[in-house]
Design a protein around this ligand. Structure first.
Ligand code: SF4
Ligand code: SF4
Length: 187
């Protein structure tokens, strides 16, 4: 049976790391499906342990480029055309990804919570896509299955969460058109 038209769109800050399309193809193959079209849509890198959030003007340009790209993507999808995204440094990035996976259980040891700032609002727990945060006494406790999306750090309304000391002085980011409530799991 022919696989129904299937596409993948990956948002990213830097489009070179990981191997999302190769992994998507693998998952689809297990279900006898194929990936017909794939794209990166570059937005703003929120990985502040590495670098602070970009300046406002840069964010505006990224948003404009992303909107333009999404319009083109929509046209391709509407006509069910194929589209391949070539990933630069795919093998190198794949190996980096494997290394990251091997150390995944230790990644969230880097998170810190300032107990004197935390108001126990629970937003960090509700945003986590991995259900990796429990709050037995109000403050977050990470459960070692983190995917480093940094959603918990950026959503905290009082900046109580840091990833090592380096993020204390760095900005937090959320797309201006996305409200916190849209990101939170219903409790
Ligand atoms: S989001 Fe911030 S203030 Fe709210 S529970 Fe988590 S760490 Fe505490
Ligand atoms: S970084 Fe993302 S996956 Fe990790 S604990 Fe925070 S919200 Fe969950």
């Amino acid at each position: 049976m022919e696989s129904p038209y299937t596409f993948a769109i990956v948002t990213c800050g830097v489009p070179y790391w990981g191997r999302p399309f190769r992994d998507a193809e693998k998952i689809l193959k297990e279900k006898n499906r194929s990936l017909h079209a794939s794209w990166y849509v570059r937005l703003v890198s929120n990985y502040i342990p590495y670098r602070d959030i970009a300046a406002e003007w840069r964010i505006s340009i990224r948003a404009w480029l992303a909107r333009r790209k999404l319009k083109n993507i929509a046209n391709v999808i509407n006509t069910r055309e194929a589209h391949t995204t070539w990933q630069l440094l795919k093998n190198f990035c794949g190996r980096y990804h494997d290394k990251w996976l091997a150390g995944q259980k230790k990644i969230d040891n880097n998170f810190l919570c300032d107990k004197d700032k935390c108001t126990a609002c629970g937003m960090c727990e509700r945003i986590c896509p991995r259900e990796n945060i429990k709050r037995p006494e109000g403050q977050p406790v990470w459960q070692h299955k983190c995917v480093e999306c940094l959603g918990c750090l950026h959503i905290c309304p009082v900046k109580a969460i840091n990833y090592g000391e380096i993020t204390r002085s760095r900005k937090r980011y959320r797309h201006s058109e996305v409200k916190p409530a849209e990101l939170l799991r219903k409790s």
